[in-house]
Design a protein around this ligand. Structure first.
Ligand code: CTP
Ligand code: MG
Length: 228
C-alpha cells in the first residue's frame, strides 16, 4: 500500500541566507521545494503529500495535485517538530493511526527513489525507521574556541537523514509528549526513541544532502542531475 508523506517546509533557512527561505531558492532554475515534491510524487510507493509552510509564507504556489497525487497544504510551527506535527494532523481521514507515514525535509531534494523503496521495505517490518549513514569522518568534541578537546568513537555513530517512517498515531503521540516535556526533538526518530522505540537505521546514499548553506545549492544541482 502506498504511504502519505509529510514535508516540513516552514523553516526560515537562516544558514542559507538569500532573499527568501532556502526551500524557495532556485536549483537548476526552479525552487528547491518543487524538485523535492516532484521527486516524491513520482515515487510509486507514495500516495499523497502534505506540505507544512510558514504562516507568513508568500512563495508557495498552491496546486492541489502534483504528479497525479494529491497535495495538501497546512501551516507549520516554530520548530521543525511543530511543522511535522501539523502535517500529521492535516493528513486525510483515509490515513489511519496505525498506517505508516513518511516525513521528508523539503531541504533534501536529492533523495533517491531506491533509498525510499529500501526504507519502506525494511522499516515497515517493525516499528519504523529512517535513512542515515554511518559516520565517515573522525568525530571531534570542541571547546568554545574551536579547539579539539577530545575524539569521540566513530563506531556505532550514524548521521540521520530523511525520509523517516513511523506509524501516524505513534508519531503524533511521541511528538506531543516531547513538546509537553519541553524537549525540542530534531527528528522523528528522537521523539520515538524517547518512547522506547528503537528505529531501524537504513543506510542511504550520501547524495541525500540537506541543503543548508549557500554552497550547497551548486552541489544540489549537480546531485539532482546525478541521481535522476
Ligand atoms: N522546518 C519547518 N519548520 C520549522 C523549521 C524547519 O518546517 N520551524 C523545515 C525546513 O523548512 C526544512 C527542514 O525542516 O525543510 C529541515 O530544517 P533545516 O534544514 O534546519 O531548515 P531551516 O530551519 O529552514 O534552516 P536554518 O536552521 O538554517 O534556519
Ligand atoms: Mg533549522
Amino acid at each position: 500500500d502506498a504511504l502519505w508523506c509529510v514535508l516540513p517546509a516552514a523553516g526560515k533557512g537562516v544558514r542559507a541566507g538569500g532573499d527568501r527561505p532556502k526551500q524557495y531558492q532556485p536549483i537548476a532554475g526552479r525552487p528547491m521545494l518543487d524538485h523535492t515534491l516532484e521527486r516524491l510524487a513520482a515515487h510509486p510507493s507514495i500516495a499523497g503529500l502534505v506540505v507544512a509552510i510558514a504562516a507568513d509564507d508568500r512563495h508557495f504556489a498552491a496546486v492541489d495535485r502534483i504528479g497525479g497525487k494529491p497535495l495538501l497544504v497546512t501551516v507549520g510551527g516554530g520548530e521543525r517538530s511543530d511543522s511535522v506535527l501539523a502535517g500529521l494532523l492535516a493528513l486525510p481521514p483515509s490515513v489511519r493511526d496505525e498506517d505508516f507515514v513518511l516525513v521528508h525535509d523539503a531541504a533534501r531534494p536529492c533523495v533517491r527513489a531506491v533509498d525510499i523503496a529500501r526504507l519502506i521495505e525494511r522499516a515497515g517490518q517493525g516499528e519504523g525507521g529512517l535513512l542515515g549513514a554511518p559516520l565517515r569522518d573522525t568525530l571531534k568534541r570542541a571547546d568554545a574556541g574551536c579547539h579539539s578537546i577530545d575524539t569521540e568513537p566513530r563506531e556505532g555513530r550514524w548521521r540521520a537523514f530523511t525520509p523517516q517512517m513511523f506509524r501516524r498515531g505513534a508519531l503524533i503521540r511521541a511528538l506531543r509528549l516531547a513538546a509537553e516535556a519541553g524537549i525540542v526533538v530534531s527528528d522523528e526518530a528522537m521523539a520515538m526513541e524517547r518512547q522506547g522505540v528503537t528505529p531501524l537505521l537504513v543506510e542511504g546514499s550520501e547524495d541525500n544532502i540537506k541543503v543548508t548553506t549557500p554552497a550547497d545549492f551548486a552541489l544540489a544541482e549537480f546531485l539532482l542531475e546525478k541521481t535522476r
